[in-house]
Structure formats: structure tokens, C-alpha cells
Design a protein around this ligand. Structure first.
Ligand SMILES: [Zn+2]
Length: 470
């Protein structure tokens, strides 16, 4: 308990009853049923179930192997962010942990973790505490020698703030050990598998449930990559995180490959297994992998040749001057009319087929948008502007038909075509047009910072479907 503090006033916590803890300063009471301290007050982060790493596969040994000489003689007082993966038991059993505090937003996950530690006979081996709270105000300053997490970075919607909190709660000379999915590797994997699927479609367009399952997975990978958001497993750009860590005051920030898989075969096999794909399809897909490896995996930097990255951050022993380097400026947005779109979007014409239907709804306007958009570079979203109000629909949904009918010659990247779908309902709060034909413009937001203006009629009749085709 002495590693935690009152999230409201930073006061010290003391046991009030066996199932209650109270703040000594402001008097706020917190539930502590079954040894799990509930510090996530109603105004704190939402209490969605914590994400659990799927398999229990000797995480600590793998991390130690990747860390090499960095691995310390002792981990000291450890903060574990996020439950699952057998990490808690491994940390205690290692004999290197003197004290362990485990935090997770989900009380159910903490209960599971506690049960697992008890079953392994490890609960009394070292002092262990469990608390439901985000990695923030509930953690005392300079309380930990080691912060470790398998999920914190990928789940965070504000990595900068997360790193600042870790820095604050680490002791001088302490270390943060963070595992996160590697964005560049996941892009190579997604692009490779999409090319393989395109080849399979060309060979045999007949329906195949296994192939459909893979395309479904590719669409979700694209969603996480292009539209990072809270609650998703967001792949991270380790270089950006490293730069942010140094800005937050960390002394060293190393990016290390965890379980290197330079040709993608282990990652592909694991992905197909998770999707429940049959053995025959898995074997056929793995057999096609070498033909595409050179195009994507061989281009990765050696530090990027693993599905998961290990970030090893150390806090300086003494005070240190923080240096702020100027971050690269965002490119100015440029808007191109129809005939210039190709030059913005990688040389090939932007293609799209979108059906829009706008209707009045209480206190606003609802728009359904269904169809697909395709370019040779990544399209982030379709933006629909009605009477000056903008709504955005993400482009990522599975559209195998677009790959088959439009991209048979493989002019566009297969991943773009397979995941070119748009299917969204947008709500324009407070938009109540005077007439029944408000103004309309439709744009595509492209990942390189440019915006392509799609040709359309300029007005959208409410209650009638409008088609935008390019
Ligand atoms: Zn308090």
C-alpha cells in the first residue's frame, strides 16, 4: 500500500477496515476487497477490461534474453502495469523482485492475476499489492526501481504522458521495460500477407473461409495501424517513443528486438493460428512467403526485424539537463481538385465509390456512408462536409471484391485494395439545415498529409441517396 497514494490529493493511504483504505489527508475512502485496492475513482480513466497478452510464454525470460547485458542483478521494487501473460508469477519466482505492485484498470483481471499468483504458491514470497488504477496520480513519486509492462504503450492514448508518469515514479537509476508491437514490422507483415492473398485470389477466386479470416485480420491490422486509438493494440514507432522518452528526462532509451523473426514466418504462423485458419491454408501461405520476403521484410532495419519491440529506458542517477530537440514540422496540407489528385496520391488516380444518405435526426443530422476508396498511398478517412460541418469515416474495412474486380493487375498495393472499405454512420450534432438541399463536399484524407477533393454535385438532398464516384 505504501507505493500508492490518494489519486485526489496525493495524501498517504492507511488501512481503515479490512476491506477499506482511507486517505489520511482528505479522508476519501477506497474499497480494498480481497486485497485489491480500488483507486480508479469514477472520474478517472474508463474501466474497460484490461487487455491480456494471449499466451503465457515465458515473457520474463524472453525479455531478459533481448536485454542481454542490460539485465540487472536485481529488479528491486517493481511496478507491473497490466495483468496477464504470467508476468506477475514470473517476476516473483525470479527471485530478483523484492516487492511487487501490480496495477490494471480491470478488477476482474487483477483478481485473476492474484489467483494465479496464489495457485503458484508465490503470494507470500515477497510483498505483493494489487490496485485498480491507471499509471498516474495513484503512484507515489520515486517509489520503484523497475517499471515493467507488456501492454502499457500499445494501449495508451497518450504515450508522452505515460512516459512522464513512469519517469516520475521511478527511483533515480531505475529502469522502465516496455514491450510493444512494432509498427514497421506489422506494416511489412500486413503488406506481405495482402500480396499473398491477392495472388491466391488470382489463382482461385472461389470463396475460401480461411482466406476470408485472414483478410478480416488484415483489415483489423490496418485499423490499428492507420487509426490508432484508445483500447486498441496500437503498433508503435519505437523511434518516436525513444525521442519522447529522452525529452521526458530518461538518460538512455534503447530499442531492442524481442524474439527476432527476420523473415516473418513465425509471425505469420502465429497470426494464422490466432485466426483459427486451417493447417492446409497455413502451409500454403507459408510456402508463398519467401517469394515476397525480399520486397518487405528485407527492407527492415535490423532493430525492426521483430514483431515486438523492447524499449529499455533508464532514469539518470542525478539531476540532468533535459534537452529538447525540435520535432519535424507537419507538412502543410494541400488540397487538390480532381484532375490533380493522382500527383498527391502516389501517381495513380484515386478511385472511389461512395453512397451517402443524409437524414435529419433529433438535434442534428445523420449520414450513412458506405463504399470504398483506393489510392496507391494509404487513405486515412473520407471526410464529408455538409453545410460547413465535417464528419470523417475511417477507410479500413474488408473489401476483397475491390481487389478482385479493380486491382487484378496489381497496380495498387494489395493491402490498400483489400482494406479499402468504408462503412460508417456519422452524426452531425447541432446541424439543422434550413432547406432540404444543404451543401456537400467530399474529401479523402491521405496519409502523406494531402487532401483530395472528390468531384460531387455540391448539394445533398436529405433523405435521398447520393453517389460519389471517381
Ligand atoms: Zn486524499
Amino acid at each position: 500500500m505504501n507505493r500508492f497514494q490518494c489519486p485526489r490529493c496525493k495524501g498517504a493511504l492507511c488501512a481503515a477496515t479490512p476491506a477499506q483504505v482511507a486517505c489520511g489527508a482528505c479522508g476519501t475512502g477506497f474499497d480494498a476487497t480481497n486485497g485489491i485496492l480500488d483507486l480508479a475513482s469514477s472520474d478517472a480513466a474508463p474501466r474497460e477490461a484490461g487487455h491480456k497478452p494471449a499466451e503465457e510464454v515465458a515473457w520474463l525470460d524472453r525479455i531478459a534474453l533481448a536485454a542481454g547485458e542490460r539485465w540487472p542483478e536485481t529488479l528491486g521494487t517493481v511496478l507491473q502495469i497490466g495483468c496477464g501473460g504470467g508476468l506477475s508469477s514470473a517476476l516473483i519466482a525470479s527471485g530478483q523482485t523484492h516487492e511487487l505492485a501490480i496495477i490494471d484498470p480491470s478488477i476482474a483481471s487483477l483478481n485473476d492475476d492474484r489467483t494465479a499468483v496464489e495457485r503458484a504458491g508465490l503470494i507470500d514470497r515477497v510483498p505483493v499489492s494489487f490496485a485498480a488504477c491507471p499509471p498516474g496520480a495513484s503512484l507515489r513519486d520515486v517509489g520503484f526501481d523497475t517499471c515493467i509492462s507488456l501492454t502499457a504503450l500499445e494501449q495508451s492514448d497518450n504515450p508522452r504522458r505515460l512516459l512522464a508518469e513512469l519517469f516520475r515514479c521511478l527511483k533515480p537509476g531505475g529502469r522502465a521495460i516496455l514491450v510493444a508491437p512494432n509498427q514497421r514490422y506489422h506494416r511489412a507483415l500486413g503488406a506481405t500477407l495482402a500480396e499473398i492473398v491477392a495472388l491466391q485470389f488470382a489463382d482461385n477466386p472461389a470463396p475460401d473461409p480461411d482466406r476470408d479470416r485472414l483478410v478480416e485480420r488484415l483489415a483489423l491490422m490496418r485499423l490499428a495501424d492507420l487509426h490508432q486509438g484508445a483500447g486498441r493494440a496500437n503498433p508503435i514507432d519505437a523511434d518516436v517513443v525513444r525521442e519522447t522518452a529522452v525529452q521526458q528526462g530518461f538518460d538512455t532509451a534503447a530499442v531492442l528486438p524481442l524474439d527476432p523473426d527476420p523473415d516473418g514466418s513465425a509471425a505469420t504462423a502465429a497470426l494464422l493460428k490466432r485466426q483459427g485458419v486451417g493447417l492446409g491454408y497455413t502451409a500454403a501461405t507459408l510456402a508463398l512467403l519467401p517469394g515476397f520476403r525480399r520486397r518487405y521484410f528485407d527492407l527492415l532495419h535490423p532493430a525492426d526485424r521483430s514483431a515486438a519491440t523492447l524499449l529499455w529506458l533508464t532514469k539518470p542517477v542525478g539531476p540532468r539537463l533535459r534537452t529538447f530537440r525540435a520535432l519535424p514540422q507537419a507538412r502543410p496540407l494541400s488540397v487538390a481538385p480532381g484532375h490533380e489528385m493522382a500527383s498527391l496520391a502516389g501517381g495513380l488516380p484515386v478511385r472511389c465509390w461512395l453512397d451517402l444518405l443524409a437524414r435529419r435526426s433529433p438535434n442534428g443530422l445523420t449520414l450513412t456512408i458506405v463504399g470504398w476508396c483506393l489510392a496507391s498511398v494509404d487513405i486515412l478517412a473520407a471526410r464529408v462536409i455538409i453545410d460547413g460541418s465535417a464528419g470523417e469515416a475511417a477507410v479500413w474495412c474488408d473489401r476483397s471484391d475491390v481487389q478482385q474486380t479493380l486491382n487484378g493487375a496489381g497496380l495498387y498495393p494489395a493491402w490498400n485494395a483489400l482494406c479499402s472499405g468504408v462503412d460508417a454512420t456519422l452524426y452531425y450534432a447541432g446541424l439543422c439545415p434550413e432547406g432540404d438541399h444543404p451543401t456537400l463536399s467530399v474529401q479523402l484524407l491521405i496519409s502523406n498529409g494531402s487532401i483530395a477533393e472528390l468531384p460531387c454535385t455540391g448539394r445533398i438532398p436529405l433523405g435521398e441517396s447520393v453517389r460519389v464516384v471517381a
